[in-house]
Design a protein around this ligand. Structure first.
Ligand code: LIP
Length: 274
């Protein structure tokens, strides 16, 4: 059952907590930051700052909304009774954060009865805050954004002129397959970019910094906020063969290119690890 929840108020809380976590991640980063633990492989890392960021965000949520549910990347998940669920990636782009590469962010999506209604992606090193409210649009630092690339005058971008972002998993077998697929795509498109954060890649689609994005292996916390930002900026997000975006495959682009990217990936069964 959903108690009264105003998406605008949820977005305001999410944005405030993402900004607070972002400031702490910059201010409190130990100079000797190391790897606190690993997950799916020795290179799938967690730092103490991922854990502190998630703790700060969850404590801030529950202080104001104690009955909400939470899905957190670093284990801070809990069931709720309000119908509102917060989907939290305390640092998306953890490897970039560890190596002091600026392309990392805090991503918070907010769902009511399973539908994402608000999202924020906070990119502290770029001083950029991407937000979206279902049915009301998407913004970068408060200014409206569009997935229709400025470079193409708002026209659909053909595959051969597309700047495409992607990412790779942590398991060697999957990376070998992903590398082969990226190698086949490379001569067919303008170029490829690999930023290291799915949430930032999705925001880049939403504001026309890349024309499309695809990745196999994204988690719900990687794409919850960025997926809403894409659709509210007029883009499309989904999986292959008409499926929803999922860990199997996430594709995002403006119309026209979205279908062409999906066709390329479907022809190569890119949603498999063999
Ligand atoms: C990252 C994803 C990115 C993927 C990276 C990594 P993390 O999430 O956002 O798309 O390519 O390998 O998984 O692990 O930094 O939270």
């Amino acid at each position: 059952m959903t108690v009264s929840a105003d998406p605008k108020e949820l977005l305001e809380l999410a944005t405030r907590l993402a900004a607070e976590a972002g400031r702490a991640l910059v201010r409190d980063r130990p100079r000797d930051l190391g790897v606190a633990s690993t997950k799916s492989s020795p290179t799938d890392i967690v730092t103490v700052m991922d854990q502190r960021s998630e703790k700060l965000i969850i404590e801030g949520i529950l202080a104001e909304r104690p009955d909400d549910g939470i899905l957190g990347e670093e284990g801070g998940s809990r069931a709720g009774t309000s119908g509102v669920r917060w989907v939290v990636d305390p640092i998306d782009g953890t490897v970039n954060y560890l190596y002091e590469i600026p392309m990392w962010c805090v991503s918070i999506g907010v769902q009511i009865d399973g539908e994402t209604v608000a999202g924020v992606v906070e990119v502290p090193m770029l001083r950029e805050t991407f937000t979206a409210l279902r049915g009301h649009g998407a913004w970068l630092n408060g200014e409206p954004i569009s997935a229709h690339s400025a470079q193409s005058g708002g026209q659909p971008v053909p595959l051969e002129r597309a700047l495409v972002a992607t990412g790779f998993g942590y398991a060697a077998q999957r990376r070998a397959v992903q590398g082969r697929i990226a190698a086949e795509l490379l001569p067919l498109v303008r170029d490829i970019r690999r930023a290291g954060s799915a949430a930032i890649d999705l925001c880049s689609v939403a504001c026309g910094r890349v024309d499309g994005y695809y990745e196999r292996g994204t988690n719900p916390w990687d794409i919850a906020a960025g997926g809403l930002i894409v659709t509210e900026a007029g883009g499309r997000i989904g999986g292959l063969r008409g499926a929803a975006a999922s860990v199997e495959m996430t594709v995002a682009a403006a119309g026209g290119l979205f279908e062409a990217l999906c066709e390329f990936l479907e022809e190569r069964s890119a949603d498999r690890d063999s």
